[in-house]
Design a protein around this ligand. Sequence first.
Ligand SMILES: [Zn+2]
Length: 67
Amino acid sequence: MSKVCNQCQSEMTEGCDVLVEGVMYGIKVKKRRRGLFKSISAKPKAAVCPNCGYVALYINNYEEFSD
Ligand SMILES: [Zn+2]
């Protein structure tokens, strides 16, 4: 299932790495779970629209982020 651009409905190019400019490491999304010691984290990927330049961030293990 490929992602479609929110802006122009073109098919997006997925799997792009998200990096902080100038360094090799990327960013992380993290959620602390209430009542549990373990928190969940994920490294977001980016999807780029080759038609209008819109960039969307997404993660693959999004099910783990539900309450
Ligand atoms: Zn687009």
